[in-house]
Write a protein that binds this ligand. Structure first.
Ligand code: NIG
Ligand code: FE
Length: 382
C-alpha cells in the first residue's frame, strides 16, 4: 500500500543533486521510498499523512552504542563532576553487574534503551558486547543484542577483566580463541579498545585479525583518552570506522582522508567526562567522512539521544547544523557500510523522523527539546 507523506516544510534526502527540498512530499511503499519531490508533483497514493509544515529527516543511524549492561554508574559520574578524572577501569564495575544479571534482565534493559532511541528518531543502531568478558557472558550479551539489531559487535577486547589482571596475554588468547568462536555467530563486527589502560596496538591487531578470520568486519575504539596508534591501524586495515578520535595527529587525519575510514565522533563522551571535544572541523576540512553517534553506555556517555549529540557537535565541534545532521544519518550509515539507510532517496528504507519544527536546524537551535514527534521504520510509524 502506497502512503503519501505530504506537508513537509523541509525534507532532508541526502540526494547528491538535491540534498534538501522545500514544500516536499514522499511516497513510501513496501517499506521503501518509491517517490520523492515537490508536493505539487506528487503521484496519487492509497493513503495520505499530512505532517502540516514539519521538517522530515532520515532516521538517525547510531553507529556506536553499548546497550547490553546492568546497573548504572551515577556515583562515578557525580564524582567526575566534582573533579575525579574518567578512567577506563570503571568498565569493570559494569562488568560485575552485567555478569550477575539474568538474560531476561539484560533483554528488558536493552528494550528500554531501544524505546528511548526510537522516541528520539534513531531507526538503525549498532550495539556491542564488552561488559561480559567471559565466553558465556560475551556470547549471551550478543545473543540479547541480536534480538534488537543486526548491527552487533563483539567487543571482548574492551578491558582486561580482573581475573586476568596478571595475564593480559592470556586474556587476548581467550578473546581471539574460544570467546570469538562463541561470539561470532551472533555478531557482524569485531572491535577493540586500543588505548593505554586497555589494549595496545599489537593486541588490537591480533583481535581484529582473528575476528576477520571468523567472518567479522573490523572497527576500533581509539584516541579517546590521548593520542595513540589505533587510528593509523584502522586506516592501514581499511576498517569501516574508527571511533572517538578525540586526540588526533596530522598523520592520523591524513591517513583517515586517504583510507576512507569513517571517523565516528561521540560528543556525549566529552560532555560526560569533561574532556575536550574532538575537532570535527579539522576532519571535514581534510575530506574525512565523519559520523556522529551516542556511544550510549553507563560509564562515559549515558545518553541515547542523537539530537543531543547533534546539538553538541554544532556548539562545540565546529560543525554546521547541516553537517551534523548528515553525520548522524548518512555518516552513520557509511560507518556501518550500509547504503539502504541514512538517506531518503528512491529505493532507501523508509526510515524517518518527523520534527516538530520547520527545519532540521532546530535540532541544534533548540537543544534539549523533544522535537521528534514521529519515527517511522520501514514505512510505518512506530
Ligand atoms: O566507548 N571507551 C571504551 N568504552 C566505552 C566506555 C565504557 C565505560 O566507561 O563503561 C566508550 O566510551
Ligand atoms: Fe564505545
Amino acid at each position: 500500500m502506497a502512503v503519501l507523506i505530504s506537508g513537509i516544510a523541509e525534507l532532508t534526502t541526502h540526494d547528491a543533486e538535491r540534498p534538501v527540498l522545500a514544500d516536499a512530499a514522499l511516497v513510501v511503499d513496501g517499506g521503501h521510498v518509491v517517490w520523492v519531490g515537490e508536493r505539487a508533483g506528487a503521484p496519487a497514493a492509497d493513503e495520505e499523512v499530512d505532517v502540516a509544515g514539519r521538517a522530515v529527516v532520515p532516521g538517525f543511524v547510531d553507529s556506536h552504542s553499548h546497550l547490553v549492561f546492568a546497573g548504572d554508574r551515577a556515583p562515578e559520574f557525580a564524582a567526575r563532576m566534582a573533579g575525579t578524572p574518567y578512567a577506563a577501569g570503571g568498565i569493570r564495575t559494569t562488568v560485575a553487574a552485567t555478569r550477575a544479571a539474568t538474560d531476561e534482565q539484560l533483554t528488558a534493559h536493552v528494550a528500554r534503551l531501544v524505546q528511548e532511541m526510537l522516541r528520539q528518531g534513531t531507526t538503525t543502531f549498532e550495539t556491542k558486547s564488552g561488559y561480559g568478558l567471559t565466553v558465556r557472558d560475551e556470547a549471551r550479551s550478543l545473543a540479547v543484542a541480536r534480538q534488537f539489531t543486526d548491527e552487533t559487535t563483539f567487543l571482548g577486547a574492551h578491558v582486561v577483566p580482573v581475573e586476568y589482571a596478571d595475564d593480559p596475554g592470556g586474556y587476548v588468547d581467550l578473546v581471539t580463541g574460544p570467546m570469538l568462536e562463541a561470539a561470532a555467530p551472533h555478531a557482524r563486527w569485531v572491535d577493540a579498545f586500543c588505548e593505554s589502560g586497555a589494549f595496545d596496538v599489537d593486541q588490537a591487531r591480533a583481535v581484529l585479525h582473528a575476528g576477520e578470520g571468523a567472518g567479522l568486519q573490523g572497527r576500533l575504539h581509539a584516541s579517546q583518552l590521548g593520542p595513540g596508534p589505533g587510528v593509523l591501524l584502522a586506516a592501514e586495515l581499511g576498517l569501516a570506522a574508527v571511533d572517538h578520535c578525540t586526540y588526533l595527529t596530522d598523520a592520523d587525519v591524513t591517513a583517515l582522508a586517504d583510507s576512507g575510514t569513517v571517523a565516528t565522533l561521540l560528543p556525549g563522551v566529552e560532555f560526560s567526562t569533561r574532556q575536550p571535544y574532538p575537532d570535527a572541523r579539522r576532519l571535514l576540512d581534510a575530506g574525512v567522512t565523519v559520523a556522529l553517534a551516542s556511544d550510549c553506555n553507563p560509564g562515559s556517555s549515558y545518553t541515547s539521544s542523537v539530537p543531543f549529540c547533534v546539538a553538541l557537535a554544532v556548539r562545540e565541534m565546529g560543525m554546521t547544523p547541516t553537517e551534523a545532521v548528515r553525520a548522524a544519518t548518512l555518516g552513520g550509515a557509511r560507518a556501518l557500510r550500509r547504503d539502504d539507510v541514512g538517506r531518503l532517496t528512491v529505493g532507501a528504507r523508509a526510515d524517518l523522523a518527523v520534527l516538530d519544527a520547520p527545519s532540521a536546524v532546530h535540532l541544534a537551535y533548540r537543544p534539549g527539546v523533544p522535537l521528534v514527534t514521529a519515527t517511522w521504520v520501514a514505512g510505518r510509524p512506530v
